[in-house]
Write a new protein. Sequence first.
Length: 769
Amino acid sequence: MMNWFSVLTLTLMILYLSTIPTSSISIRSPNRNFPTENGDLLSGDTHFVGDGDAVPLSRPTPSSFGIIFPIKPFNFNSSTSMFSHFTFEIGNGVALVIIPADFPSKFARNMSFGLINENRFLGIEFYVNVCTISSSSRVSNVSKTSNILNDGVKLSSWVDYRAISKRLDVRVSKLGDPKPVEPLISYRVDLGEILRGEDVLLGLAYSNEKHEQLTHVYSWTSEIKDVPKWLHSIPVNPQEHSTVRISKKEDGFLSGLIFATGCGALAALIMFFVWAFVVDLQKGQGESFVRPVDFNYEKIDVLEVKNSEAAMNLLIRESANMFLAVFETKEHAITGDPSKIYRNEQSAIEIPETAHKISNDSWFQAGFVLTTGINSAYVLGYSAAVMVPLGWVGGVVGLILATLISLYANTLIAKLHEYGGKRHIRYTDLAGFMYGLKSYYLTWVLQYVNLFMINVGYIMLSGQALKAIYVTFWDDNAMKLPYFIAIAGFTCGLFAVRIPHLSALRIWLGFSTILGLVYIVTAVSLSLRDGINSPPRDYSIPGTQASKIFTTIGASASLVFAFNTGMLPEIQATVRPPVVGNMMKAIYFQFSVGVLPLYVVVFMGYWAYGNGASSYLLNNVNGSVWVKTSANISAFLQSIIALHIFASPMYEYLDTAYGIKGSALGFRNLPFRIMVRGGYIIITTFVSAALPFLGDFMSLTGAISTFPLTFILANHMYLVAKKQKLNSLQKSWHWLNVSFFGLMAVAATVAALRLITVHCKTYHIFADM
């Protein structure tokens, strides 16, 4: 039923999209296919000549200018896409221009291409061996050389602008050759912001200035598509398309240092992984006959007995009890009875034994689980989410401080894993043991909302990666982001059914590491190349003074979101004894080697693109089609693996509640996992597709969940557990942390709610980004 409903929904949306009106112009040869000459079509020296097959854009005299453009102006807004194809001879230079509709009254022969300095302007200019893109007062933004651009050769050009990706692609080939797959120039620009929803003209302009060369246009076909507003969304970083301003020249030493650090980090990561795999394999050979056994801690009352006879009776009684306890433990290990529970008398909460494996994994596997979370596809968005609102100084200092305080908070939680003589394998168990039943349920809500929103983001990122692959090879806008999110959700559902629990990710963590290296190396390498070849970037913090305050607070929530999982006790439950010592090793690995790739990607992305860094860094980079496609495929697959990590607490909760153990293909297990886990993935996918401004909700999640779980609760629980051993200075330190992060949580919540309120007035659900 659900599959038929999804198919019906997609069919109705496709039928609706097919009814969206588009504007198009088609210009072929004069007299037959060209419209009749009139003042609206031709301007300057552009004219028809007899029955020829081309239109000269100028006359064979010096300082001759001409433009040909459609009869009717059209409105260019944030949802407008443009696709133009024309054939021409280059002459001294030709440009495809988008100009205000009142241009004819401003035609200036003393300006290049007859254009006055105008902020609302875009020009794609073709000269001999060079193609440039200019905007905003005719400042050249990007240029590229090409041997195809020769005078006297008939050429074909395709200029495509998609409102979805805010990317302008320029392709050139000799007449008769197929359309190139890889663009000559791929430039990220928001034309809706430049043209501000005004009526504009699309034209072909020519300027021979001091020369007498002619250029001819042989054919021209353009299509203007205006996608409905409800299919568009604000990006995760609302400032990512700000107007570019020139800044000081970048420091070459900084770029070299970042690149060298990245290479060293990646090499160290690979070496650590290989070393741990070999060592763990050797240990596994010696432990292959040892079967993991669920065990429980029991309190032992020590009595001083002076009477020898009484002591002997006590010894016999306790020996018998120990024998029965050992027999019951062995029987339970064989039968695997999931109904056995133990009671936490202090909090009056019955904590059931888990249906998933515990005490099964090495510290290194736990370390890679943590590292996978840090270096997931989310890392491609932190340049925009963290560095753009904070700038160089604030971003660098903020990342370092967030790393240190997150390391400290995680060590506090790890040290409480065996507090009170019990293993607290769930965050909710620990909170309930500390504070009681109400705190158990409150923590349950906070934790599962936090993990759910993280998984919403993973499916959104998977859909964006698939969308990026699609637009690389197809020009149409038939497939929207919600469709790709649905595909990603279906794939995640298949993976969720097949993988039973967190410990079963063993080999998949290796694949995740390789996939992560692919998109990280690609993003870093292409960003480095773009940064070297691009003009100076703008590193100023965009926005008004008031908006900067709110975006800075929101960026702080993104900082803590980057380094913390919100499920450390669940990960620690999989670690072999001694659980505290081994988990500390995993945490140190995460915050040493594990954070280096994140640093490199974040700093390199911001260095290369400034405050124009995209919320998905692979949308910024320029490079070979196969390289970018490989990186997007890797980001898609790695997101699926990472999602399973953060969904595992929910899976464990459901499996334990219904006694689901063993093979995924079991007679009872398979239908249960398809329905229950599949239902969870369907809900997550629906929210991913429906949520138009995910970045704002992620900031809200970080404010109301990550801050309390990772910093407020961690410090207060440690204070409660160790209050007899802490001096007054240490107690004051923990209370200071509780108070500070409590205020940060409130401030970040207000900032996120403000952004959501503002954006709800403009954007709608089921958006296409």
